[in-house]
Design a protein around this ligand. Sequence first.
Ligand code: PEP
Ligand code: MN
Length: 358
Amino acid sequence: MGNNELDQLRKRVDELNLQLLSLINERALLVQEIGRAKETQGVYRYDPVRERHMLDLIKENNNGPFESSTVEHLFKEIFKAGLELQADDHRKALLVSRKKKPEDTIVEVNGEKIGDGFPHFVFGPCSVESYEQVAKVAASVKEKGFKLLRGGAYKPRTSPYDFQGLGLEGLKILKRVAKEYDLGVISEIVHPNDIETAVEYLDVIQIGARNMQNFELLKAAGAADKPVLLKRGLSATIEEFINAAEYIMAQGNGNIILCERGIRTYERATRNTLDISAVPILKQETHLPVMVDVTHSTGRRDLLLPAAKAAIAIGADGVMAEVHPDPAVALSDNAQQMDLKQFDDFVTALQEASFIRL
Ligand code: PEP
Ligand code: MN
């Protein structure tokens, strides 16, 4: 075979490549159109009957030299790429996505504009245990000029024999303290039926990590007229986290704060692994404010300060941390809550490093 002949054959292959390229892109445009039609009809994107029909047609008409299995493999890749294109179109359309709404969402709670470009802070005990316990923390929060208080009344505990929280009684304590100290209250709700009552007592509904995919709870929170702080599930991917927020927003409630609280990995040096890169990813992909819970992510008092600095440096809209007047006797999370002195030092250190602007 002369050089000239080889060049000719290669030229022909180049031409065929370009034809294939133009054909698969033409196909992609059609697939997108089908995707849009299916979306308006509310039909599921993947249709196995249709897929089988396409493969059979291709195999029946295959005259080689490729074997049927090879042809099937190649076409399945093309089908898959088409489905992914439809999924991308769908992602673009998510209500929480930045593509849908380029401007930052700002969630206002008790005068705090979470998402306004400055860090905001939420402090308070893991669990509400008594009026005195919450009031002591609230006094310290207030004295420092902060506006937001946390405290769990319904506690989703790993063991059913552990303290389950004071329930409604806990919410009543939070409301009383919040009023006395002019603070906004964030508290976790674990059952959709409790939301209606709870909204009378709190300013932000927290949905905890263990409930991130409790879709009925997400829908109920989405139907409520209250901001929602949604925590990332223990083993949730960022995509699952974003979809959980979408459940809330799809019901009409767009006042959502996302909260990275660490994920479960093989690492045992910390309680969870703080996925710090989730913060800028969530900020890029969604228009929602993003907070970091430094207590549950690290589970270590000695890491609260560096983790908070890292969170703010990477662009978090806020930091949450647990504070208890006497952590040693706390009914939950006694190994990781700050006492009031440690709280003072934590805030002073953040202020000295210019991470807090009050
Ligand atoms: C909490 O914030 O009280 C809590 C239980 O956290 P998480 O859901 O992130 O574990
Ligand atoms: Mn806790």
